[in-house]
Design a protein around this ligand. Structure first.
Ligand SMILES: *[C@@H]1O[C@H](CO)[C@@H](O)[C@H](O)[C@H]1NC(C)=O
Ligand SMILES: *[C@@H]1O[C@H](CO)[C@@H](O)[C@H](O)[C@H]1NC(C)=O
Ligand SMILES: *[C@@H]1O[C@H](CO)[C@@H](O)[C@H](O)[C@H]1NC(C)=O
Ligand SMILES: *[C@@H]1O[C@H](CO)[C@@H](O)[C@H](O)[C@H]1NC(C)=O
Length: 961
């Protein structure tokens, strides 16, 4: 037998002799065999009469890295001679005739067949920097004929963050050097500019518009230097790139008083002006001779004077500053936005939703979102699209570290966008996720062979598929905390639920279509659809029969197997991916269901059971992915599957540390105020609770932790996320959407299963392994067993939350949503658990106490399926409003606009509910219009704010928390 190389050389033939003469590299490849064929070559060549010749020069090529190029070598009279391509500097033979010699997979060779072998093309795919140099085209005539062409590889500039300065804060008088380093080919030139277009002050006598240098030295820095600087790298290969470096200069306050002595008749009002320049912004106050601080009062309106930030020395900067200030005053911006939704001639008292949100639909007619949180997420997604494109550019010049979180997210994103459509087909998924090792799904079994039903074990198949997160099909499996001991995680087995749309087969048409896309033969589609629907119906009947058996029991797997006759040990071993002992403890509900299930499964046709599971699996997968390859949908897919990665890269790129710190501080402060207000409500004890009951509620609310960004609080974010994805790898060779999708699903299940073997995380270590829908939304949520409120980063965007806006905006929107989540800790479900997440009877006593029950009846007078949500809405509004009133009283606000603060409160509250979604799109909540209406019904401050009729006209406000 010939080895691979010998075989190639035998086919390759003779040219080798000539090539050997000019090329060193080859001798190592051929060894003595190469010489052996040599003699035969000359004999062959002697037969040819006319010598071959080149007919055209090789064009030189300049190409950006990452592209494909081809070099053309044109010859005539080639006869039986051969054309070879070589890389001159590397002394490497690339191709000979039709054969590729190099092991570089990016190289290939073609020739123009119709042109009598005249033109030989050397193709280099995905050109890299190392491909630059001189390429030689050679004909193996006795004295070899050669000609050359040059490939010049250019690489657009890329700024090396590690060697480039980042934002700095310095004191006036310091010397500062800003550095900037960029890679690229040719070597990029660095230019500095100020972002605001002003000149750069090099020293007292020199100001320049821009400066070409690797570093920018600012001597004895002054406030004149403050601002953002751009370092721009360019090398003639687009795109040029830039980095923005912010230089903040701290200096102590300077005061300027335009009128140092003012005379005024008694009884007149006067405004004293004081201009202050300082960075960071100074805390300003007025005093009289006695050194006492003047607090705002009817006599001194300090607010106006305090707002001044003015400049003595640098009037031009100052002018720019104030001009910008008026147009971008956040309060004005927010108010303008709110008012743009208002329908002025609708009645605020009659139909508040129409009044406050009436123009929503027309303003957002072309938008893909239907309400404010979706709008925030749309902005997040758009930002992430840009970021991914940026990363993609960077990765092409090979600077992206392959094991970085960015590279992994990018790989999934690119796969989503560019993988061929057939890697998304149901059939492809099913081939990647078979029912068992060595078994295919029935319709994918090749040829005429019958499907080996005896090999199929339904419980084993469920085990395999549950690894991809499939649950609630025949069996429901979850990792949950023990009710009585929240520090213990257990595997919880119960019967499936059929409540939600995704929890059962829907229309007959959908079943037919699903079987069809799974490549079930057409003639079997209809009968099979009937059969599997009948099977589901039978399972449902079993489940309904067992409906009142909701006591959970703890037992060993061994005992469970004994009780049900089903092979649970194997099932669980598949889930956790290793062996378990027969003593492995599980939490089980619905034992009767499982016993009956065994009988049902034994009497059902195996192929039909397999088809049912397969259909539910495919529906689950289709439902889990956005199914569209547009950038924005792929970003959603990325957020769904890689929430922690998306979270990190969004935060690092779009939330500056200082801004985030400010947001965090304000949100925590807001939350503390809400909590304090709640404590005041408890102290009033309008529910007439016992002191033990009051204590339970108080402790529970005191212990709530706010987790901003769903990050373990005690950890460095980047190292946490890198560690989290350490074991996740996507091969980059071929793009396969299903494979990567399944991989992410499996990855998440493993993370969940891992909880069974780890101690329960402390509140500082806790983060939520988000389900996909939660992962791609910025809605805050309450985690009932952990007693934690999670506030996603996406909320820190205008118009939802602006850091330096008036409190009325903060309390009415973000404040309300957090208050709503806070109340969830003490709604009828929240009360079931104490602050540690353990079941507590005290809570049930509270929710069945007379006044509490009366409150619930009141809230349910216009009945709702989602009573806990209504509780959270109504009590949450009460809490947010009263907390606002309390702090507003301390701060003695005056109105800052024509709209009263009270009206602004309720208008901004409405922003959470304004939208144009179809009523059927609301999940787990009443539709927004009803929510808003129910909250404001009988809420006296609202009626007062809009001058609605006397309270007796409206129903009583419901009393709960
Ligand atoms: C290609 O570049 C080389 C070296 O720069 C030069 O000698 C040669 O003439 C060029 N060939 C063509 C076709 O321009
Ligand atoms: C800044 O540089 C100047 C000139 O090189 C030098 O005289 C001065 O002492 C430096 N200042 C500081 C704070 O290093
Ligand atoms: C002084 O200011 C108060 C409060 O703004 C106002 O009610 C009063 O009319 C003013 N007095 C004069 C003389 O302008
Ligand atoms: C209940 O709903 C109906 C119809 O939406 C409405 O007319 C009525 O005022 C509501 N009643 C209360 C008490 O909210």
């Amino acid at each position: 037998m010939l080895n691979r190389f010998e075989a190639i050389f035998n086919i390759l033939y003779v040219g080798l002799g000539c090539l050997l003469a000019t090329t060193v590299a080859l001798s190592t490849d051929t060894g003595s065999d190469g010489n052996a064929v040599n003699t035969g070559a000359s004999t062959l060549n002697n037969v040819i009469s006319e010598d071959p010749e080149f007919t055209d020069v090789i064009e030189n090529i300049t190409v950006p890295a990452g592209r494909n190029v081809k070099l053309a070598c044109s010859v005539k009279n080639l006869g039986s001679y051969k054309v070879a391509w070589m890389h001159f500097e590397q002394s490497a033979i690339l191709t000979v005739h039709n054969h590729v010699i190099t092991r570089n997979p990016r190289i290939s060779v073609t020739h123009d067949k119709h042109d009598k072998h005249r033109t030989w093309f050397l193709h280099i795919n995905n050109v890299q920097e190392e491909d630059r140099g001189r390429y030689m085209c050679q004909i193996n005539t006795v004295t070899a004929k050669t000609q050359y062409g040059f490939v010049k590889v250019v690489v657009p500039p890329n700024i090396d963050d590690a060697l480039t300065s980042s934002d700095i804060i310095v004191r006036e008088g310091d010397n500062v050097t800003l550095r900037c380093k960029a890679k690229g080919s040719p070597e990029p030139a660095i230019k500095w500019k100020r972002d605001d277009g002003n000149k750069i002050v090099i020293n007292k006598s020199l100001e320049v518009h821009d400066l070409e240098a690797d570093s920018l030295e600012l001597e004895r820095i002054s406030r004149l230097h403050m601002g953002a600087y751009l370092c721009i790298a360019s090398n003639g290969v687009p795109p040029s790139v830039s980095k923005r470096i912010k230089v903040s200069v701290d200096f102590s306050p300077m005061v300027w008083i335009p009128h140092q002595l003012v005379g005024i008749p008694m009884g007149f009002n006067i405004t004293l002006e004081c201009f202050i320049e300082a960075n960071p912004t100074s805390l300003n106050y007025w005093t009289r001779e006695n050194d006492q601080m003047i607090i705002e009062s009817y006599k001194y309106d300090v607010l106006a004077a305090m707002k001044w930030i003015a400049c003595i020395l640098f009037i031009p900067i100052c002018a720019a500053f104030t001009a910008q200030k008026t147009e971008s005053d956040p309060n004005t911006r927010l108010l303008d936005n709110i008012l743009s939704y208002v329908v002025g001639d609708a009645s605020a008292c009659g139909n508040y939703f129409e009044y406050a949100c009436g123009k929503y639909a027309t303003r957002h007619i072309d938008d893909s979102f239907t309400e404010i949180i979706q709008m925030l997420d749309h902005k997040v997604n758009k930002n992430l699209v840009l970021l991914m494109e940026e990363l993609n550019q960077r990765s092409q010049s090979a600077v992206l570290n392959e094991s970085s979180v960015e590279a992994k997210a990018l790989q999934f994103y690119i796969t989503c966008r560019d993988a061929s459509l057939n890697t998304r087909s149901a059939e492809h998924y099913l081939r990647l996720a078979p029912p068992d090792k060595g078994l295919t799904w029935p319709q994918l079994t090749p040829g005429e062979t019958a499907w080996p039903k005896e090999q199929f074990k339904w419980i084993k198949t469920l085990g395999y598929l549950h690894r991809y997160g499939l649950t609630n099909v025949i069996v429901s499996v979850m990792v949950t905390q023990n009710f009585e001991n929240s520090s213990e995680f257990l595997l919880n087995l119960s019967m499936p639920s059929f409540e939600e749309e995704s929890q059962h087969l829907n229309s007959f048409m959908e079943t037919l279509a699903t079987l069809h896309v799974m490549k079930v033969p057409s003639k079997s589609v209809v009968p099979l659809a009937r059969k599997i629907r009948r099977l589901e119906h039978a399972i449902r009947i079993l489940a309904e029969a067992d409906d009142d058996d909701d006591e959970s029991q703890f037992m060993s797997v061994q005992r469970l197997e004994y009780r049900t006759g089903l092979n649970w040990q194997m099932f669980i071993e598949l889930l956790v991916d290793h062996r378990i002992s027969p003593n492995f403890r599980v939490q089980v509900r619905n034992l009767h269901y499982f016993t009956a299930l065994k009988v049902l499964m034994e009497t059902s046709d195996a192929q039909m059971v397999a088809s049912y599971i397969m259909t539910r699996f495919v529906l689950y997968l289709l439902n889990d992915s956005m199914g569209d390859r547009s950038p924005i949908e792929c970003i959603k897919d990325m957020r769904r599957g890689m929430d922690q990665a998306s979270n990190l890269i969004y935060k690092e790129r779009f939330l500056e540390p200082a801004t985030l710190q400010q947001f965090t501080k304000e949100v925590i402060e807001l939350f503390d105020q809400l909590r304090r207000q709640f404590q005041l409500h408890i102290d009033k004890n309008s529910l007439g609770l016992t002191s033990r009951q009051n204590r339970m509620v108080g402790t529970k609310v005191q212990d709530i932790v706010l987790n901003i960004g769903n990050i373990p609080r005690g950890r460095d974010h980047r190292s946490f996320v890198s560690q989290y994805y350490k074991d996740l790898e996507f091969p980059s060779a071929d793009l396969d959407y299903s494979r990567e999708h399944l991989k992410l699903l499996e990855f998440r299940t493993q993370k969940q299963m891992a909880k069974l073997y780890q101690p329960a995380p402390s509140k500082d270590e806790f983060f939520f392994i988000s389900d996909p829908d939660t992962a791609m939304s910025s809605t805050p949520y309450y985690m009932i067993r952990q007693n934690i409120i999670i506030v996603p980063h996406g909320l820190f965007q205008e118009p939802f939350f602006v850091s330096d806006s008036h409190d009325v905006f903060k309390y009415s929107l973000l404040g309300f949503t957090i208050a709503h989540e806070l109340i969830h800790s003490v709604d009828t479900t929240g009360l079931l658990f104490d602050s540690l997440g353990n079941a507590d009877k005290t809570g049930t006593e509270i929710s069945t106490s007379p006044r509490f029950e009366a409150g619930l009846v009141c809230m349910n007078r216009n009945s709702t399926q989602y009573l806990d949500e209504r509780v959270a809405d109504i009590s949450g509004l009460d809490l947010a409003y009263s907390a606002y009133l309390r702090i507003a009283k301390d701060r003695n606000y005056t109105d800052f606009a024509n709209t009263s603060l009270e009206q602004i409160f309720f208008l901004n509250l409405a922003q959470f509910f304004c939208g144009d979604s179809h009523p059927t799109n609301f999940v787990d909540h009443d539709e927004d219009q009803i929510r808003l209406q129910q909250m404001l019904h009988g809420f006296a401050p609202f009626h007062k704010a809009f001058g609605c009729q006397t309270r007796s006209f409206y129903p009583e406000k419901c009393q709960l928390w």
